[in-house]
Write a protein that binds this ligand. Structure first.
Ligand SMILES: [Zn+2]
Length: 284
């Protein structure tokens, strides 16, 4: 079975997008943090299962908890960037987005001492409205991105986007490894991370993962540290949003353990290095 990717978006419980009660960045520092305890628990789980993963650190989190960045790197995981301020891409100008991703990359390189190659956008929020997205990342020194959600979605989503890893941007400079979607009863859906992973039963996640692998694609799994912490503080929000944000927090750690047991997973840079059409197609 080919390798799939396991990734963590390293952020705190209050980094939820698109809810009116989400606190502004000026208040983040005064809120009780849960990211340290939860991320360390994930790191222990990865050690126990003997897997190396990609950690997309929010720059703000890395700056506040540089020990977490160093700990991830020292345990052999890949450090990557989730931007600095956790703003939706389509709510930023090209210049604002460029400043954010450059700032995060420089900061995480200084802390970790290793080159930062990968980026993931908050809320997978690259859309038809942000055609400059891939070029800005390449200009900022990134080699790959995993932010394209090739199906309709609340925020973000690129309808008709390619599902397999491919090259994007001017001169095909950037590697794109899209978030994994698979067809269930003719509908493209994600089963492999965040609220989708929490919502669906494990037998279905397993079946859909096998379907993706049979189509010759790697599965991109992704989780957030807060998702293994049923007791984290909650933000006030509508009933529908509350369900999406907090459903099945009790069973997520168990599901992650099952995935790590049933599927060979590793970090992005290894999957990319072994994906033949990406290695040979680069035009410089
Ligand atoms: Zn995020």
């Amino acid at each position: 079975m080919q390798n799939s990717v396991f990734s963590v978006d390293v952020e705190d419980w209050f980094h939820i997008l698109d809810v009116p009660s989400a606190p502004p960045i000026s208040e983040w520092g005064s809120l009780p943090s849960r990211v340290e305890v939860n991320f360390n628990r994930l790191l222990d789980l990865f050690d126990e299962k003997n897997v190396k993963v990609t950690c997309f650190f929010l720059g703000w989190v890395g700056e506040r908890f540089p020990n977490l960045v160093r700990e991830a790197a020292s345990r052999g995981h890949e450090v990557a960037s989730h931007g600095y301020g956790h703003r939706l891409v389509f709510e930023q100008t090209r210049q604002e987005f460029s400043d954010d991703v450059r700032h995060a990359r420089g900061l995480l390189e200084d802390i970790s001492g290793v080159p930062i190659r990968g980026y993931r956008a908050p809320g997978f929020s690259t859309t038809e409205e942000t055609p400059w997205f891939f070029d800005v990342l390449a200009e900022a020194g990134y080699e790959y991105d995993s932010s394209v959600f090739p199906a309709p979605r609340g925020h973000g989503g690129l309808r008709g986007g390619r599902r397999e890893p491919h090259r994007r941007g001017t001169n095909d400079k950037l590697i794109e490894v899209p978030i994994t979607v698979a067809d269930l009863m003719g509908k493209p859906m994600c089963f492999f991370g965040g609220g989708y992973l929490r919502l669906f039963p494990y037998w279905l996640i397993r079946r859909m993962s096998k379907q993706v692998l049979a189509e010759g694609r790697p599965v991109v799994f992704y989780v957030h540290p807060r998702e293994i912490d049923p007791s984290h503080p909650r933000l006030p929000m509508s009933r529908k949003r509350r369900f999406k944000s907090y459903v099945n927090l009790e069973t997520t750690e168990w599901k992650i353990g099952q995935i790590l047991q049933d599927f060979p997973v590793t970090m992005f840079q290894r999957v990319i290095a072994n994906y033949p059409s990406l290695v040979n197609a680069h035009v410089s």
